[in-house]
Design a protein around this ligand. Structure first.
Ligand SMILES: O=C(O)CCC(=O)C(=O)O
Ligand SMILES: [Fe+2]
Length: 366
């Protein structure tokens, strides 16, 4: 990638293809103190008020800087590295390659809690691992005073829901969700009935004295890629039919319509939703429903199969952070008479982890 000049025009060259950089694009980036606020880096001018046919009066290119004088009298000195950064995807979390995994995944990367974890390079590594595998476990996280709230707010901002800022996962009388029982929970994604669905879930183990109650995780990305390869008609219908997910309790009715496998604008994996306790397919033609039910059965079989599921016991202090759009989670049954099992949970959104990752990348020049 490089910048070139010709006839008072600026060009961006990459792998033999050359494109002119629009003079307006450069004019919008005029960056002196009179034009951009030093602290916030926000513009002090409104580019929509500029004349459209901005022209360059004079340009100069050195090794590190592009200097441009515009005919409206403004001048700017832009660092070449900053221009090139805008054309590359080095800062984009989408380009952290997702590692597909199944039950053979061993020795997952754990990260130890420390007081200054949130602003050090260790957190950068942990977040990289989170984006690769869809989950990360922090060990020895303080278990007093609902520390999960501090933890979440030290990465970004907690996402409050009708379950509260955080929720206590333990077996309780008259639960409004099966999570608050000692029943087994098959692999599911949380809250598919919300719009938007919480992006990231944290589960922090405070006490775990029971023998069962192991945590389970499944990579929805691995499973849906497998479905695409082996059962393409099942995959197709699950990416097309929008089903209604629903949650009801005394104070709220939450509903949203979405595909079980949602694809992005390039037809690639975006998000899975799976919670067969609360999904309702619309009434479609019988043949289409035949296919839909077979497809749901198959994906359920795969999500529940030993081949894809990892199982482990969370110990007091362990904090599991997982991507709720990519992974499914669950737990094995436990006997509440054996002792206490107490987890605390909360959600954060992707802007939290992305914002932190980019900040640490900038801070440590990574
Ligand atoms: O009890 C557990 O380990 C998980 C409960 C659960 O699925 C949840 O809180 O979302
Ligand atoms: Fe859950």
């Amino acid at each position: 990638m490089k910048i070139e000049l010709k006839d008072n025009k600026v060009f961006f060259e990459n792998h033999g293809s050359k494109k002119e950089i629009h003079p307006f694009w450069l004019r919008e980036r005029v960056n002196g103190d009179a034009h951009v606020d030093k602290g916030t880096q926000q513009r002090l001018f409104d580019p929509t008020n500029l004349q459209e046919n901005i022209e360059i009066d004079n340009i100069d290119l050195s090794k590190d800087f592009l200097e441009v004088k515009f005919k409206d009298g403004t001048f700017t000195k832009l660092a070449i590295t900053n221009i090139l950064k805008e054309f590359s995807n080095v800062n984009d979390v989408k380009y952290i390659n997702k590692v597909q995994w199944d039950s053979s995944l061993k020795n997952f990367n754990n990260f130890n809690f420390s007081e200054n974890l949130f602003d050090n390079e260790e957190m950068y590594q942990a977040l990289q691992s989170f984006y690769k595998f869809g989950f990360v476990i922090f060990k020895n996280v303080p278990t007093e005073n609902n520390y999960i709230v501090n933890f979440a707010n030290s990465i970004g901002s907690i996402r409050r829901t009708n379950f509260g800022e955080f929720f206590n996962v333990k077996s309780k009388p008259n639960p409004n969700d099966l999570a608050y029982t000692s029943l087994p929970l098959a692999p599911h994604t949380d809250n598919p009935y919300r719009n938007p669905v919480p992006c990231i879930q944290m589960l922090h183990c405070i006490e775990n004295e029971v023998n069962g109650g192991h945590s389970t995780l499944v990579d929805g990305f691995t499973v849906t890629e497998k479905l695409k390869k082996d059962f393409s008609d099942y995959y197709k219908i699950l990416t097309e039919v929008k089903v209604r997910f629903q949650f009801i309790d005394d104070s709220v009715v939450l509903e949203d319509w979405a595909e079980m496998i949602q694809l992005d604008e390039y037809g690639e994996f975006k998000q899975v939703r799976f919670s067969p306790r609360l999904d309702f397919v619309p009434l479609m033609d019988k043949e289409k429903l035949d296919l839909y039910y077979a497809a749901r059965k198959k994906i359920s079989e795969l999500y529940n199969s030993d081949k894809f599921r990892i199982e482990f016991k969370l110990l007091p202090g362990d904090l599991l952070m997982m991507d709720n759009h990519r992974l499914l989670h669950g737990r094995t049954v436990y006997d509440a008479n054996e002792g206490k099992r107490f987890l605390q949970g909360c959600y954060i959104d992707y802007d939290s982890t992305e914002g932190k990752l980019k900040h640490l990348k900038r801070k440590f020049n990574l």
